[in-house]
Structures are given as C-alpha cells and as structure tokens.
Design a protein around this ligand. Structure first.
Ligand code: HEC
Ligand code: HEC
Length: 212
C-alpha cells in the first residue's frame, strides 16, 4: 500500500495547522501544555512518524494508539539513554514534552497500513506466538498496556529488526521476556514478526478500554 499518498500528507498538514490554531485559541502556553503537546514538539516527530503516528518509511515504527503510559516509558528510555537510538531527536526530547507527546500519539486512531507478509511465515509464527509470546502480548498483539506494546500491523521491517535486537543483546529484555525467547532461531523470530505484522489493528480503531 502507498503510505505517502497526497491525501495522507494533506491530513497530516491539516492536523498540524489545527494544533497551531488550537494553541493560539487556548491562550496561555502553560494551561495548554496540560491539554496537548505543544505543536512545536510534535513538529519534531512528523518527518518520520507523521502527526498521526504512522511511520513514513520501512523501519520507522507506527506509534499511534500505543498506550500512553508505555509511550511515556519509551520516550524516557530514549532520553535517559536506557534504550539506544540513532535518532538524535529522541535523545533531545525535553522532559516537559514527554507526557504531552505520549498523550498525543496514544490518542491517534489512524489506520496502520499493512506490510506485505508471507503466509507460510505467518502460519509458523502463529504457533510460536501462542506457545511463547501470548501471555504478555495479548490478543494477537492487539492489546497495548503500560507494559507491552501494541504489535498488530506494526511496520514489518521495524518488527523484524526489534525482535532480533533482543536476541542479539542490542536491546535489553524486559522482565521475563528472555525466557520466552529460549532456543528460538532467527528464522523462528522472523516468523513471529510476520505474524504480528499480519494482524488487523483492532484496539485503537474501536477505542476498546485498555487495561491499566
Ligand atoms: C529521523 C526520524 C525520526 C524522528 C525525527 C523521530 N523518530 Fe521516533 N523512531 C524512529 C525510528 C527509526 C525508530 C526505531 C527505533 C530507533 O531507531 O530508535 C523510532 C522509534 C520510536 C519509538 C519507539 C516505538 C516502539 O514501538 O518501541 C517512539 C515511542 C518514538 N520513536 C517516538 C518519537 C517521538 C515522540 C518523536 C518526536 C519527538 C520522534 N520519535 C522522532 C525515527 C524517528
Ligand atoms: C513476560 C512478558 C513477555 C513475553 C512472554 C514476551 N514479551 Fe515481548 N515485550 C514485553 C514487554 C514488557 C515489552 C516492552 C519492552 C520495552 O518497552 O522495552 C515487550 C516488547 C517486545 C518487542 C518490542 C516492540 C516495540 O514496539 O518496540 C518485541 C519485538 C517483542 N516484545 C517480541 C516478543 C516475542 C517475539 C515474544 C515471544 C517469543 C515476546 N515478545 C514475549 C513482554 C513480553
């Protein structure tokens, strides 16, 4: 699917304009900061994640509909150097912008474009997912809470890279996830990534109540 269609980018520009207008209408910057991310802070992210949270190119994750608390944790991990990143903007996020940015992207309900997945890998990944990953990545990866991310319809290039990054040690395992990875090969893990990427992204569309 073509992600950067003119309609999609017009939508992004329109939203950015709305936010600027809203910022002006709401008056004082201090009171506005409680309600939404400053438009300037979101502008630092749109080049790659859009204002609607959809990644613009393979390898950039979709961050729309991700649970607010988890997004805040992710941004703090980047800022504090607990999660390595090549993106300078991630390291430079101002502490005061973490909560409003997390709120903004958690509220985005855009439909994630599906990556091309291989059916035989999706089938193999499903069995592995049920046995190894389903306890925490609930509902085929569609459930997002403050601990585990929304995985459904995530960008495949990003998913494969991150799935392998835990195995290689480039990214630190969260509590107990290392046990789930025991004896899985790179091919097994790639199949699980295909399975997650192939799922319909239901939760953010329906606005289903998330666990806290
Ligand atoms: C130059 C492109 C670029 C910019 C600008 C950028 N990001 Fe990212 N973002 C990425 C890439 C690539 C990743 C994948 C991990 C990595 O390489 O750090 C990522 C990962 C993330 C993640 C982790 C998602 C997950 O599922 O673990 C979050 C959250 C995020 N970005 C939020 C933001 C926010 C908020 C901003 C603006 C302040 C921003 N990013 C600016 C490219 C970018
Ligand atoms: C004990 C709970 C648990 C199990 C079991 C588990 N995970 Fe996770 N997983 C997590 C948590 C918590 C995070 C969030 C980590 C973070 O933010 O750094 C996570 C994050 C991830 C991410 C990063 C997603 C992103 O957007 O950055 C990938 C990929 C992943 N898990 C794959 C797997 C796979 C594959 C399995 C099964 C082999 C699995 N996990 C089993 C708890 C678990």
């Amino acid at each position: 699917m073509e992600k950067n269609s003119p309609t999609a980018s017009t939508g992004k520009v329109r939203l950015a304009n709305c936010l600027v207008t809203a910022a002006l209408l709401f008056g004082s910057a201090a009171s506005f900061a409680q309600a939404a991310a400053p438009a300037g802070a979101i502008a630092d992210c749109t080049e790659c994640h859009g204002s609607d949270g959809l990644g613009f190119k393979p390898g950039v994750p979709h961050i729309n509909g991700q649970a607010e608390g988890l997004l805040g944790n992710m941004l703090n991990a980047f800022r504090e150097g607990k999660r390595s990143t090549n993106v300078k903007t991630h390291r430079d996020i101002a502490a005061a912008n973490v909560a409003p940015l997390a709120k903004h992207y958690a509220e985005q309900k855009a439909q994630r474009p599906k990556s091309a997945t291989k059916p035989e890998l999706v089938a193999r990944g499903e069995t592995l997912y049920q046995n190894r990953c389903a306890d925490c990545h609930l509902d085929n990866g569609r459930d997002s809470d403050k601990e585990a991310p929304l995985m459904a319809a995530q960008d495949m290039t990003y998913l494969v890279a991150q799935t392998l990054a835990f195995k290689s040690g480039e990214r630190k395992f969260p509590f107990l996830m290392d046990g789930a990875y025991k004896d899985l090969s790179d091919d097994d893990l790639t199949a699980i990534a295909h399975f997650f990427a192939a799922q319909d992204q239901v939760a953010p569309q329906t606005g289903r109540k998330r666990r806290r």
